[in-house]
Design a protein around this ligand. Structure first.
Ligand code: KG4
Ligand code: ZN
Length: 343
């Protein structure tokens, strides 16, 4: 029988719930975004985020069940993100999930948010997706979000080896900080992408940092270079677009170069893009042009935080009977390699 899983995600500033069948079919996918609430602070305000999750969590879960036209009795399990993320935000989702799982007598699956981002690529959402192909491993996944940037070798479900990670800012954080310097607002990634469309990517020569380890990333030098540039130049609209385009090109070049090298060295069968930055159009195009094996990425709304990806990742945990206990706790700094099978 194909598992029907309700996923819950509250690790940062989106309250989300989704119902997924068989790991790939999206029956419902509800996301209540707090972006507008946090925009005036230029980033996520943790205290505000957890309070907002408290208000939204039950209506969002109700809507996910209603949209999917399923009842509690139809579900196979309940999956919830328990890390990494903001402690106060994670607690809202984990406690809601525990209460419901206990009340409805459903298995509880504690999920890693980063594993969820990778599994957004298993969802059937109009683009090529992993579940369509039989031999997919080994694969290389680039996780690039607001809080994380790493390159992961995946040899099978749950078999993760981290090849490298950022030594300073995450790629999404670099987009957000540079957007702030340019007065483009929050979240910065989509704003920079939009501004870059009207700009010249070759206008400014910005640094592409080299790192000691071959698969690590570093974005802080780029941020400083942009800061110096904005001090030197008058921030007229035209220049803002050119700086945005040049900065986007630098971030994308760094991500593509390391990913391409990892895919080649690991003889990857495919490359998956994951996390909010995977929504970036230039990143998608450049990666496809440079990498020899197929490059997959989810549609933009499944790249950013959502619960469909959590329920998708939970499906193989469910099949492996890797249920969590009632002592499931939030782990704000949960690592991808440690989360697997333990819940
Ligand atoms: O995965 P996500 O929703 O949240 C985290 O888990 O961090 O990622 C959010 C990040 C933000 O930094 C945002 O600026 C970035 O993803 N992002 C983008 C784009 N859309 C979102 N970065 C570049 N280009 C985009 N189109
Ligand atoms: Zn995320």
């Amino acid at each position: 029988m194909s598992p029907l899983i309700l996923g819950i995600e509250t690790s940062c500033d989106e309250t989300a719930a989704a119902v997924i069948q068989d790991g790939c079919r999206i029956l419902s996918n509800v996301v209540a975004s707090q972006a507008d609430l946090h925009a005036r602070y230029g980033g996520v305000y943790p205290e505000l985020a957890s309070r907002e999750h408290m208000l939204k969590i039950i209506p969002v879960i109700d809507t996910a069940l209603r949209d999917a036209q399923v009842s509690w009795r139809d579900l196979s399990a309940l999956a919830v993100t328990h890390g990494p993320g903001l402690a106060g935000s994670l607690l809202v989702g984990v406690n809601a999930a525990k209460g419901i799982a206990l009340g409805q007598n459903l298995p509880l699956l504690g999920m890693n948010h980063l594993e969820g981002h990778i599994y957004a690529n298993w969802l059937d959402a109009g683009l090529p997706y992993v579940a369509q192909t039989e031999d997919v491993f080994p694969l290389v996944a680039l996780i690039a979000s607001g809080g994380h940037s790493s390159l992961v070798l995946m040899r099978g479900h749950g078999e993760y080896t981290e090849l490298g990670h950022t030594i300073d800012d995450a790629a999404g954080e670099a987009f957000d900080k540079i957007a702030r310097l340019l007065g483009l607002g929050y979240p910065g990634g989509p704003a920079i992408q939009r501004a870059a469309e009207a700009g010249d990517a070759a206008a400014f020569k910005l640094p592409r940092a080299q790192t000691q380890r071959p698969y690590d990333f570093s974005f802080s030098g780029l941020k400083t270079a942009v800061l110096n540039l904005t001090k030197k130049l008058d921030a007229r609209a035209l220049l803002v677009n050119d700086i945005a385009a040049s900065a986007q090109a630098a971030i994308v070049d760094m991500l593509v170069e390391k990913t391409q090298r990892a895919a080649e060295t690991c003889a990857a069968r495919m490359v998956l893009l994951a996390g909010g930055v995977a929504a970036n159009q230039r990143l998608r195009e450049r990666m496809r042009a440079r990498v020899a094996c197929p490059v997959l990425y989810p549609p933009p709304k499944l790249c950013v935080d959502n619960a469909a990806m959590i329920a998708s990742a939970a499906t193989w945990h469910y099949r492996a009977r890797a249920h969590s206990g009632w002592d499931l706790d939030v782990i704000p700094n949960l690592k991808l390699t440690l989360a697997v099978m333990s819940g």
